[in-house]
Design a protein around this ligand. Structure first.
Ligand code: ADP
Length: 478
């Protein structure tokens, strides 16, 4: 079975969020299951790869906006999973990593043209698209009548890629070509994600709970009706993680802990003690590095993620931080995004420099150090399609305190390996946080049991990759 992953980010070449992780780790797991999987992605200038000494696999042109655009494709072996990755370069549209609609529309057209002409030397049975960036590929496949199936995975329904009808002209697609397009024309808008959902043979999202949630108006972001119309062809498959730790002493110690089978025998107690001692060391090192009070006793919690006020629960988190007595707590915040929220959190650092630390950049090593060192990770997201940060944190025995929504429900067992709070309010978050702090301070054994449970939770891709293979098989029979 040949599958081409079309995606706009892939770690370690270029990563903005969880999708970059998935684009690296899911193909690796699929390859293990015997799928001939390859990845195609834009070759932006910021991609961490030196193309200057590489020879292009091919040079060609792609017609877009009535111009013949020069395109070069480089084939690179992925450094960790050794899956072939095709980088598509074009100076007009794919030079800068931005969120311009033309960037993605051009990329989608280039992918379909490259597959159609067979110039990659790889003809997939299935193109697996991810998010709105590649949402036009299923429509283009139909428009070109290619004998290729398509699957669209929705990693985040909030980003849809809405634009004017002129995009169809640029792609060379007649407005009247499809019934759905005909309907859409009335709204004078093209919605890339919606086109993907409608035209893909199957749509999936990244957790079973989110797959159910998005069928409802509350979470459907205006597409619930379209998703309900695709009944029987929308599936939820939980993301996994595959961890590639940096070779840094403050993080790499996790490799020495072997976790096997299910609890209580999953972790050797001597090994666990050594691990916990290293975790305490990592905590002291991080506190020192960030200028916080160096203390084993003070609870250290983190927040890692895009500062997206619509999704990540910044309002309730910030409210809670303003309410609790920060002199008895420590928080480290790593994220970038909304300047307004950066400023709000920065104020807390200014008032409590020994208790709150903020870093508003994308810093992978710091993220690892935080997962390794912290006692808790706070995940107040209003909605969360899957979320990887809770899995990465639990891999280090860092207990999640998370809103009961989406993939957080599917990956955290309340009271077993983390805490879930029901209502999206700062008070509800604060109650869960206080419970967690109390457990750590006053019920040491129960807290350590929770840490072991978190360490023993299996987030590897094996099971979910198997579910994708079954979906691919189903696709080929449609
Ligand atoms: P989303 O996909 O919504 O961004 P996820 O929880 O699925 O959220 O994945 C976020 C990924 O991005 C994780 O690997 C996390 O460690 C990483 N990440 C997010 N923000 C930063 C940052 N500022 N610096 C380093 N890594 C980050």
């Amino acid at each position: 079975m040949k599958v081409l992953f079309a995606v706009w980010e892939i770690a370690p070449f270029f990563k903005m969020g969880g999708l970059g992780d998935v684009a690296q780790s899911l193909p690796a797991a699929l390859k293990e299951l015997g799928v001939d999987v390859r990845v195609i992605t834009p070759g932006y200038r910021v991609v961490h790869y030196d193309f200057s000494h590489a020879k292009p696999l091919l040079n060609t042109t792609v017609n877009y906006d009535r111009e013949e655009e020069s395109v070069s494709v480089f084939q690179v072996d992925h450094p960790t999973c050794h899956v072939p990755v095709y980088f598509v370069q074009n100076e007009t549209y794919l030079d800068m990593a931005d969120d311009e609609i033309d960037t993605f529309a051009f990329f989608d057209k280039a992918v379909v043209e490259l597959v159609k002409t067979g110039s990659l030397g790889f003809t997939p049975d299935i193109i697996h698209c991810h998010d709105y960036h590649t949402g036009l590929i299923p429509l283009l496949i139909k428009d070109h009548r290619l004998p290729i199936k398509s699957i669209l995975t929705i990693h985040n329904l909030a980003y849809q890629g809405r634009t004017g009808l002129h995009i169809l002209d640029k792609l060379g697609i007649s407005h009247r070509k499809s019934r759905v397009l005909g309907w859409e024309i009335k709204s004078r808008q093209v919605n890339m994600l919606m086109e993907g959902i409608i035209h893909a043979d199957i749509a999936t999202t990244v957790s079973p709970t989110y797959a159910r949630e998005i069928l409802k108006e509350e979470y459907g972001m205006g597409l619930d009706e379209v998703l309900r119309g695709k009944e029987g062809r929308v599936f939820g498959v939980l993301n996994g993680i595959s961890v590639n730790l940096p070779a840094d002493d403050r993080v790499a110690f996790r490799k020495d802990l072997t976790v096997s089978g299910s609890l209580p025998e999953a972790i050797d107690t001597n090994q666990l003690d050594t691990f916990l001692a290293k975790k305490r060391e990592a905590k002291r090192a991080l506190q020192k590095e960030l200028g916080l009070i160096v203390s084993d006793e003070l609870p250290l919690s983190c927040f890692i993620g895009r500062l997206d006020p619509g999704q990540k629960g910044l309002d309730i988190f910030h409210k809670m931080l303003r309410r609790i007595d920060l002199e008895h707590h420590e928080f480290v915040i790593l994220g970038s995004g909304s300047p307004e929220w950066e400023q709000k959190f920065q104020w807390l650092c200014a008032f409590y420099p020994k208790h709150v630390s903020c870093t508003f950049t994308f810093n992978e090593l710091l993220a690892w150090k935080m997962y390794a060192a912290c006692d808790f990770i706070v995940i107040p997201s209003k909605f969360e399609p899957c979320g990887l940060i809770q899995m990465l944190a639990m891999y280090f025995g860092t207990i999640p305190i998370a809103h009961k929504t989406g993939g957080l429900i599917d990956s955290i067992s309340h009271g077993i390996n983390g805490f879930l709070f029901d209502r999206y309010t700062s008070l509800s978050l604060e109650r869960a946080y206080n419970k967690a702090i109390y457990l750590r301070r006053s019920k040491k054994d129960e807290y350590l049991q929770m840490v072991s449970n978190a360490l023993a939770t299996d987030f590897s891709w094996g099971k979910s990759a198997g579910e994708y293979v079954r979906l691919y098989e189903k696709l080929l029979t449609l």
